[in-house]
Design a protein around this ligand. Sequence first.
Ligand code: GLV
Ligand code: GLV
Length: 332
Amino acid sequence: MSSDAKRVAITRRIHERAREVLEQAGCEVWTNPEPRALSREELGRVVRNYDAMICLLSDRIDASLLQEATRLRIVANYAVGFDNLDVEAATRRGIALTNTPDVLTNATAELAWALLFAAARHVAAGDRFVREGRFHGWDPLLLLGHEVAGKTLGIIGAGRIGTAMAKRAVGFEMRILYTKRSGPSPQMDAIGATFVGLEELLRESDFVSIHTPLTPETRHLIDREKLQLMKPTAILINTGRGPVVDEAALAEALAEGRLAAAGLDVYENEPTVEPRLLKLPNVVLLPHIGSATYEARAAMAELAALNILDFFDGRVPRTCINPEYVKHARQA
Ligand code: GLV
Ligand code: GLV
């Protein structure tokens, strides 16, 4: 390998496909060998000493870190959501940012469905019941849940994942309502879904599934007042970003029976989970595994690597979040 090889850092062990693709193209790749995130100081060393970085959604790439980025030119986020990146600060410094859309859409929509069914039919509670030795035979009143057929599903944020979630609801013969910040979606309309306002969606839906990105506008989008609009028999699913829901208000609504159940893959202050949620039987809790399939993680690794190679080849990366970086990079 020549000494002017491009240096790429990966902030945590990910699917090996990323390293393979990068090394085949002649890059020098360093991966954090520890089973923990890099500290702020270690990230500082990365941005000063590497040309490119693949980072996790839990790595905070903020303005102060980017100020130290004397060598770094591109950050490839190993996630579709990128609320961990300061897009404006990176763009000003001419640093390219990329994410991993599309390749994790099915994985995440499937997990949202797994949570929906788990919450509706007491899958996790039933498993605990059997393990605790409490199953003493068929019981006519044991663990009654809610059917999905014919019910109303509300999709908050009909982007790629929200649309994939909705498409699967067609097979369950559900009525589908949705919100989308940019207005009605032809794909959603094509499956017979109805574009509505958020309040109407919350009042009407039996199942509400959150797929909106986290932005200043969507933080606590589902707060105490919004939760009060929901039916007491409704079930809330969140596979998007935790801070979209006021977690304390959600725990309160679940504890008081103002909401039947919830299924959560994401939390307001990860990895901390609101202690009251941990004690409630009517919430299913998963450790942020929406994209955790072999297929999605391999494809995410390849896409992150290909974005970096696009950049090194002088092209705007294929899934670039801030293509305007180019204008600033010329001045930098
Ligand atoms: C996971 O949460 C992602 O944004 O990819
Ligand atoms: C997320 O919802 C996406 O659009 O990929």
